[in-house]
Design a protein around this ligand. Structure first.
Ligand SMILES: [Cu+2]
Length: 222
């Protein structure tokens, strides 16, 4: 398991794609850093004053110049392509998606379902795409679910969205990623993914978040 995955356990395919992009970019960063700094030290050693008392000018080298232009451009384009294809997965809204309103305010989250039910914990059914409609009643907040590798700014006066694909039953952290005032650090809640029947039961019932969470004790994930 990579360091990144152990720091932030991921819970779904999309998160795995995001991790792959991060691993690819960080891997190349480390390789290029070692190669460039290593070459620099090698040159400092090879061309020091003792060995080469008189400096000699070197004129162009077409092969090298082509290589160091084409290779970085190609590498950056591959990085862009991988990042773009992972990102675009989070922007496509499937027809089967369920809408949930996410309302941010200083300093709490609330969630409203299409039948009018509201909650301060985000309950979602397993296996159904969810389109979170993000809005704020006061300042800019950031809706962030680390285990899903997803984050989007929540801006007053606008409705933005974020797609979630809850694949596993579990209990995940939701936090605010934009500094939004005194109690920003306390602006946290949970995403609880329930089996579909349990979710439907909760959605139709008057059960509170706490009651259904208690029923789930022992099935808590990351
Ligand atoms: Cu906030």
């Amino acid at each position: 398991m990579s360091l990144l995955a152990s720091l932030l356990p991921s819970v779904l395919h999309h998160a795995a794609a995001t991790d792959d992009v991060a691993r690819f970019i960080i891997g190349w960063d480390i390789f290029l850093f070692v190669a460039i700094v290593g070459t620099m030290f090698f040159f400092v050693f090879k061309y020091n004053k003792k060995r080469h008392p008189r400096a000699v000018n070197i004129h162009g080298n077409a092969v090298l110049e082509t290589l160091w232009t084409v290779f970085p451009v190609a590498l950056v384009l591959v990085m862009f392509y991988l990042g773009w294809s992972a990102y675009i997965q989070t922007r496509v809204v499937p027809k089967s998606a369920m809408d949930v309103k996410v309302i941010a305010r200083q300093w709490e989250w609330s969630f409203q379902y299409m039948n009018g039910k509201t909650a301060d914990t985000l309950f979602l059914p397993q296996g159904r795409p969810v389109k979170c409609l993000l809005t704020s009643v006061d300042v800019i907040h950031g809706f962030y679910i680390p285990a899903f590798r997803e984050k989007n700014d929540v801006i007053p006066g606008r409705v933005r969205y974020l797609m979630l694909y809850p694949e596993h039953v579990g209990n995940y952290e939701i936090t605010c990623s934009q500094y939004c005032g005194l109690d920003h650090a306390l602006m946290m809640t949970r995403l609880i993914v329930l089996p579909k029947e349990k979710f439907d039961q909760w959605l139709k019932s008057g059960l509170t978040g706490e009651q259904i969470s208690d029923a789930l004790t022992g099935r808590v994930g990351t």
